[in-house]
Design a protein around this ligand. Structure first.
Ligand SMILES: Nc1ncnc2c1ncn2[C@@H]1O[C@H](COP(=O)(O)OP(=O)(O)OP(=O)(O)O)[C@@H](O)[C@H]1O
Ligand SMILES: [Mg+2]
Length: 890
């Protein structure tokens, strides 16, 4: 289809048009400062001249009439967006080849058409012209070559300038502008339409408040001059401590205030404001700007990726309550109905949080469950918020699709990283464009999952999946390969920075540190427990098995390594777990996975003949032995405190429950099998100070996310998960707002075994977990190499702590110790062990180096300054400990 003019012409000269500007990272402090300054003395947002070209073609008074042409150019911009990304990747590759020695490569933005003798000629499209010496390449905005040639006269190509027209490779071109080599290599010249940012709070230029009606819409319609009291802010923006949302810039008004209604300040209800922490205020402004489309033209999504416990729920409630009652233009509320989708175990918690912060009078929220059908929500005008679990959403999808929701909030939304699951498809099918993902553990695995989350909140912002892969994922991943060339590294870095900056505009992540000062101290201990005699024997036999030998030879069909890893992990928890599964397999399978690798016989023989897994002995497992002692000590030293005991396995929880029974400890339990309807009740029961429960048994994988278990002040992680996020999630259940006691976290690991290896892998991966907004960090390994398996399947019987051995810790404060510590991250601490003889490995991940800064000592150390650990050290070979918030009030 021919166009009457190339898009660039519709928008004015490309040369004068601002290039795509990636959003800068929002500096927390900056934003905070702005918020504090924001008060009623007013922040009328000035439109920067380079931010929105369309706007500046319009005189002020014409703003309200210009929506159509804006929409047209925006559409064409979106069209280009998707394909443009692919182009940049190709371009960067070809750049090298095209550069002719002695000649600087030049880049131009051009419009082109076929050479023709017609009278009324039309430009056919925009393109990028690359000129190098006597050669040129013409690329369309999808990065495809649409013309190439060589042997041109140097003077013809070299003298090309803005505004010039020439014929090249059978095409007539007009040079619209010059592109910098940086814009070209980063791919930005192909992205001119992607996510053009609006002003952010941190970029606001302030000027004294002027009546928006007069300054923007000068027409004299009654509506415009109406000074109706309805147009007054709902809450006094001039009151002390008032919390006023940022005002929109002109481009926003032009896009969304078609009727030229007066601008009304949006002021957060003072009833909420005095509860809000500074980071929560900042988060509310962020969410507000995102869903109002004030951060990126035509984009209304946000990801609030604050670490756990920072009060994402309260931030959302504040947003909902504000938008439900107020709006910028004529004060008209921005939303009518909100849909909150959350894991089943948190549905009631959400309702309670609404009640906690807003009381039951202000807002009516509806939760869908067995007794409350969605029809009741549909039929009643009273409710403005619907809270539903992901599972129930699928069941009620047809009805939900028929309701018009203006705001969609997906709690624990990292599950949407998987595009092929039904939940994602269902949510994508809802037409609501203001979408918010809440997650404490955002990008856990890979860049494609990251893409999926972004795509959900702001569809199309990163182009199609294939273009995203080519422009970002592939260069970033290649740059992290050990074999990467300098150029690949540079390109990968550049792309990662670009991606971080681009997405940084609508992703906000704050770490726990912002809330630390409101929390009691946290004492975190990694406790290495010596394995029991039976465990050692079985461990050796397992490593000697045919299955392990296969793995080490690289024979990984039918995944024998996963079977071996599973068996080793069970063994570490308790030999009776392995025994049970060996017996079960023996009884009921003809095609037995263990049998296949000659597992069962060898292992079963190692157990005593009369071994009974039901009457298991606590001393058969090193960790269980330590655990029982620890529980007894806590009971004795802090009789009023409670313990959350976490495992990822139901069978292990059974063992732990049995131990509680044996010792007479009352406990409650929440795992994957706990009916959703009962979960909150169980949690509330435990948190209540009247509860007689001493222990809360929790399966972190099944239902840990989002739970508040502040009734407990000791949390014990009985086993370790490959994914650090699972364990971090669990740990955050107790150390959160509302906790009154110092919190003790214990992570139990069996010394010298696979658990230590998983821990090491976890902490190196943890460096990545902040990777949502910092993609430049090291890569992770997804599959096991034979080398890694070899390491996993090595049993270090003689070590007190393999993890410590790896740290090359120069103990007893040798002078060179500090110099070795990486960038002096933390204060230096003595190691109380003797020096060992490994050579320092400067390549070890930062997180390992940070671990080295933790206090650490062997179990034999005479003076462990911790009353709990002091009393359990008999079976403990080593301890790492870190205290956060030491001085904070409790
Ligand atoms: N400003 C505040 N003052 C006091 N308590 C607060 C405040 N903000 C939040 N809380 C409380 O802190 C606890 C944690 O909040 P919330 O459950 O919203 O955390 P979250 O960010 O959603 O964490 P997670 O990622 O674990 O779900 C809740 O009990 C909440 O009521
Ligand atoms: Mg939450």
């Amino acid at each position: 289809m021919r166009r009457s003019a190339a898009p660039s012409q519709l928008q004015g000269s490309l040369a004068k048009k601002p290039r795509f500007r990636p959003p800068g990272n929002i500096s927390t402090s900056n934003l905070n400062e702005k918020i504090n300054k924001m008060g009623p003395h007013v922040t009328f947002i000035e439109v920067g001249t380079t931010k929105n070209p369309q706007l500046h073609l319009q005189p002020d008074s014409g703003i309200c009439n210009s929506v159509l042409s804006a929409a047209t150019s925006e559409e064409s911009a979106k069209e280009k967006n998707d394909v443009a990304l692919v182009a940049a990747a190709e371009v960067a590759k070809s750049e090298e080849k095209e550069a002719a020695p002695g000649h600087r490569t030049k880049y131009f933005s051009v419009v082109w058409r076929k050479v023709s003798k017609k009278k009324h000629k039309k430009w056919e499209g925009d393109a990028v012209l690359i000129v190098s010496g006597r050669s040129f390449t013409l690329k369309d905005l999808e990065g495809r070559d649409i013309g190439k040639g060589t042997g041109y006269k140097l003077k013809d190509l070299d003298s090309l300038n803005e505004g010039e027209t020439t014929v090249i490779g059978g095409k007539e071109i007009e040079v619209m502008g010059i592109i910098s080599s940086d814009d070209y290599s980063s791919g930005r010249c192909f992205q001119s339409s992607i996510g053009s940012p609006c002003l952010t709070t941190s970029q606001i230029t302030q000027k004294p408040f002027s009546n928006p009606v007069k300054s923007i819409c000068k027409s004299n319609t009654k509506e415009n001059v109406d000074d109706s009291p309805n147009f007054k802010p709902r809450h006094d923006p001039y009151a002390q401590n008032s919390f006023v949302m940022p005002r929109p810039d002109k481009s926003h008004q032009w896009m969304f205030n078609k009727n030229c209604l007066p601008l009304v300040d949006v002021v957060v209800d003072p009833y909420l404001v005095h509860h809000l922490r500074p980071h929560q205020k900042e988060g509310i402004v962020f969410l507000y700007e995102c869903v109002m489309g004030m951060r990126m033209n035509g984009r209304f999504g946000a990801i609030l990726a604050d670490e756990m416990g920072l009060g994402k729920t309260l931030q959302c409630i504040s947003l909902i309550w504000t938008l439900l009652r107020q709006g910028l233009y004529g004060g008209k509320p921005v939303i009518k109905k909100t849909l909150i989708v959350t894991p089943g175990s948190l549905v009631i918690n959400w309702r309670k949080e609404f009640q906690k912060w807003l009381g039951s009078e202000r807002i009516k929220v509806f939760t869908v469950d067995q007794d409350h059908k969605i029809e009741d929500f549909i039929n009643s005008p009273l409710y403005s918020v619907l809270i539903i679990s992901y599972e129930m959403l699928l069941r009620c999808l047809d009805q939900i699709k028929n309701i018009k929701f203006d705001l969609l909030i997906c709690d624990e939304g990292h599950r949407l990283k998987n595009t092929s699951i039904k939940t994602t498809t269902a949510l994508v099918s809802l037409s609501c464009e203001k979408r918010v993902i809440l997650t404490g553990t955002p990008v856990q695995n890979d860049l494609q999952e990251f893409y999926a989350l972004i795509e959900f909140v702001n569809p199309g912002i990163l182009g199609s999946l294939s273009s995203y892969r080519r422009i970002y994922e592939e260069p970033i991943i290649s740059s992290r390969e050990p074999s990467a060339t300098q150029e690949e590294k540079k390109l990968g870095e550049k792309r990662a920075t670009e991606l971080t900056r681009l997405t940084g505009l609508f992703i906000l992540r704050r770490t726990q540190e912002v809330i630390n000062k409101y929390l009691p101290p946290k004492i975190e201990s990694v406790v290495f427990c010596r394995p029991g005699i039976l465990q050692i024997e079985l461990y050796r036999k397992l490593l000697d098995s045919q299955a392990v030998r296969f793995c080490l030879q690289g024979v990984l069909e039918n995944s024998p390594h996963l079977i071996c890893i599973g068996a080793l992990k069970k063994l570490c928890n308790h030999p009776c777990l392995l025994f049970k599964s060996l017996k079960e397999k023996e009884c009921n399978s003809s095609c037995d996975e263990y049998e296949e690798y000659n597992f069962s016989d060898v292992l079963i023989d190692a157990y005593p003949v009369d071994y009974n897994p039901v009457t298991f002995s606590e001393t058969d497992s090193g960790k269980l032995q330590v655990l029982t002692k620890l529980l007894a000590v806590i009971r004795k030293l802090s009789p009023s405190e409670k313990v959350v005991l976490v495992s990822n396995y139901t069978q292990t929880l059974n063992i732990l429950q049995e131990v509680c029974k044996r010792h007479g400890y009352n406990c409650s339990r929440l795992d994957g099998r706990t009916p959703v309807a009962q979960r909150q009740q169980i949690v509330d029961g435990f948190n209540s100070k009247h509860s007689s429960d001493f222990i809360f048994l929790l399966s972190s994988k099944a239902g840990g996310v989002g739970l508040n278990l502040i009734g407990g002040s000791h949390l014990i992680l009985y086993d370790i998960d490959w994914n650090p996020a699972t364990d971090i999630q669990a740990m955050a259940r107790v150390w959160r707002d509302g906790q009154k006691h110092p919190v003790h976290i214990y992570r139990l690991l069996t010394t010298g075994t696979i658990e230590e290896k998983i821990y090491q892998r976890q902490i190196s991966k943890q460096g990545l977990s902040g990777a949502v907004v910092d993609l430049t960090k090291t890569s992770e390994h997804i599959q096991f190499s034979v080398e890694e398996l070899k390491n996993l399947f090595t049993f270090h019987e003689d070590s007190d702590c393999v993890t410590h051995d790896l740290l090359d810790c120069e103990c007893m404060g040798r002078k060179d110790h500090q110099a070795e510590s990486l960038e002096g991250v933390c204060a230096y601490r003595n190691c109380q062990l003797g020096p060992n003889h490994h050579k320092p490995d400067y390549k070890k991940p930062l997180s390992m180096s940070q671990l080295k800064q933790w206090k650490h000592f062997s179990g034999k150390y005479p003076n462990i300054n911790d009353p709990f650990l002091e009393r359990i050290k008999e079976n403990v070979s080593f301890i790492f400990q870190n205290v956060t918030n030491q001085g904070s009030p409790t």
